[in-house]
Design a protein around this ligand. Structure first.
Ligand SMILES: NC(=O)C1=CN([C@@H]2O[C@H](COP(=O)(O)OP(=O)(O)OC[C@H]3O[C@@H](n4cnc5c(N)ncnc54)[C@H](OP(=O)(O)O)[C@@H]3O)[C@@H](O)[C@H]2O)C=CC1
Ligand SMILES: O=C1O[C@H](COP(=O)(O)O)[C@@H](O)[C@H](O)[C@H]1O
Length: 508
């Protein structure tokens, strides 16, 4: 890897503290950052280099995966961090920044490679890119790259506008759009899992798969992010990006060579083939929910509407589920069920593949009118990772009866690199495989747009579900004769159902 200057906008913010500094430190400690390290942190507040370095150390002590011990290496790492005051709207601050970057490049012998990481509010992405361009920071003899965080727009139109403002200053191949779900080790493992195992490879198609369920359930509520979340909701915060990215990764065909171009083109094919939703049909395929008061591990928790900073009449969703189809020969007629929500019973991000029972014939009937449980392949993405396969076996103690057993591989390894480590490392290498290409983002917004419009026009009901439940009952109905697999039993299912039924608060 060639050395570079890491220019971090938003260096005093939450994301930098919780994710970016620990990721850089872990890469450094793993020996993955070759050459001299130079990080220039930026923000409006006034900080000396020493105070900044102390803040970085503090973040490592709190959030680093690897232990932080006093050593020459740690000192070397911290001394690589310098701070500059910069207000994103002041062109003169970029001129100062250019001088700072050039001075560090000269001191450390860094060959003009510049990584600009925008860990600031999305309203600043366009102006920063323009200022990088106009100040000359982007004119360099080495490479220049831009890492940006989500959210990438609020809807199709604003995403297109944002993209235009970025591409005025950076080429598509220089833009690395972070979707941290793509950095999770098990998501990065999906392609290998599907295609390096002939058994799975043979079965990975509509002939054998009955349905696919993608879940990202969270136990946390809105936390301290009311200002952001109440304007975004689960649809913009999770569904348009992380959930549709998981869908693309799960359903993409075998890339020819695993190059970034090929992987991303296969992903584009998936999202382009998702059957478009008509606004009038959104209610049949999408369920929105908002958590009411409830219990999490026996402790009472307030309703979303009573959370600090949330408007008491908010119609924002904290849960969304959708059923969709991919119209291509590999997946036609296979329903994909996708859901995500906050204040649910358990924290679990997983993909469950339910296989068909293709031999519904006399062979089974003659074996005692048995109902076979389906074979399930479960891919656990987090927390903890694992793969399991549910099979039917004969119970030797009960003559003739079958029972499902699970073969399990548990790859829970506390020392696995975190998503941000994987992604920052790839971006430094210039490998865009696990970053969202603009066309994926645009096609995702395109698919989501009728839902946004239906919500805006009050056409999509908002169901209330009890905190600590598995979500609104309406989301179960979305599956027709199927059902969501592996939900933990609710303590008082009836109570949460009642809450749900009494509390459809908007729309049809
Ligand atoms: N926090 C998280 O877990 C996640 C965050 N994100 C995204 O990451 C980005 C950063 O989020 P987060 O760290 O939480 O935000 P914070 O509000 O914690 O931090 C914002 C940062 O921006 C700086 N800033 C604000 N205004 C200006 C300005 N006018 N000029 C220069 N710097 C400015 C602040 O520094 P100062 O006050 O010193 O100016 C601060 O360093 C956002 O796009 C967010 O959506 C995405 C996923 C998760
Ligand atoms: O991007 C986001 O993701 C988190 C969930 O991520 P995970 O890695 O903890 O599964 C979510 O809580 C947050 O609202 C969202 O912005």
């Amino acid at each position: 890897m060639e050395s570079s200057t890491f220019v971090l906008f938003g260096a005093t913010g939450d994301l930098a503290k919780r994710k970016i500094y620990p990721a850089l430190y872990n890469l450094f400690a793993d020996g993955k950052l070759s050459g001299p390290l130079s990080v220039i942190g930026l923000g409006r507040r006034e900080l000396s280099n020493e105070t900044f370095q102390a803040q970085v150390l503090d973040s490592l002590r709190t959030f680093s995966r690897r232990p932080v011990v006093e050593s020459a290496g740690l000192q070397r790492f911290l001394l690589a961090f310098e701070y500059s005051m910069l207000d994103v709207g002041r062109p003169e601050d970029y001129t100062k920044l250019l001088a700072h970057v050039q001075q560090r490049e000269a001191e450390l012998g860094i060959p003009g490679n510049r990584m600009f990481y925008l860990s600031v509010g999305p309203e600043f992405f366009g102006p920063i890119a323009a200022n990088i361009h106009e100040s000359g920071l982007g004119d360099t003899t080495g490479w220049k790259r831009l890492i940006i965080e989500k959210p990438f727009g609020r809807d199709l139109q604003s995403a297109r506008e944002l993209n235009e403002s970025l591409t005025a200053a950076f080429r598509e191949e220089e833009i690395f759009r972070i979707d941290h779900f793509l950095g999770k080790p098990m998501v990065q493992n999906l392609e290998v899992l599907k295609y390096s195992n002939p058994v799975l490879r043979a079965l990975w198609q509509n002939r054998y798969i009955a349905n696919v369920q993608i879940t990202a359930a969270e136990t946390v509520g809105v936390e301290e992010r009311a200002g952001y979340y109440d304007k975004s909701g689960a649809l913009r915060d999770m569904f348009q990006n992380h959930m549709l990215q998981l869908l693309m990764m799960m359903a993409m065909q075998l890339p020819k060579d695993s190059s970034p171009e090929d992987v991303r083109s296969k992903k584009r094919h998936v999202i382009r083939s998702v059957r478009p939703l008509l606004k009038e049909e959104v209610t049949q395929h999408v369920v929105r929910g908002q958590y009411g008061a409830g219990h999490m591990k026996g402790k009472a928790v307030p309703a979303y509407l009573n959370e600090p900073g949330i408007d008491a009449s908010s119609q924002n969703e904290t849960y969304i589920a959708a059923r969709l189809w991919i119209d291509d020969p590999m997946w036609s007629e296979v329903p994909f069920y996708i859901r995500t929500g906050k204040r649910l019973k358990e924290k679990s991000t997983r993909i469950v593949i339910e296989f068909k029972e293709p031999f519904n014939d006399s062979h089974n009937v003659n074996r005692g009118k048995l109902t076979l449980e389906p074979n399930l392949l479960v891919i656990e993405i987090g927390p903890g990772e694992g793969i399991s396969l549910q099979l039917n076996t004969k119970n030797p103690r009960q003559h003739g009866s079958l029972e499902p057993v699970s073969i399990r591989h548990d790859s829970a390894n506390p020392d696995l690199p975190e998503a941000y480590e994987n992604l920052i490392y790839d971006a430094l290498l210039g490998d865009a495989t696990f970053f969202a290409h603009w066309e994926e983002v645009e096609l995702s917004w395109q698919w989501v747009q009728p839902i946004l419009e239906a919500v805006e026009e009050g056409k999509l009901p908002l169901h209330t579900y009890a905190a600590g439940s598995n979500g609104p009952a309406a989301a179960d109905e979305l599956l027709g004769e199927n059902h969501w697999w592996l939900d933990e039993p609710e303590e008082d299912v009836e109570a949460s159902r009642r809450t749900d039924e009494q509390a459809i608060r908007a729309g049809a």
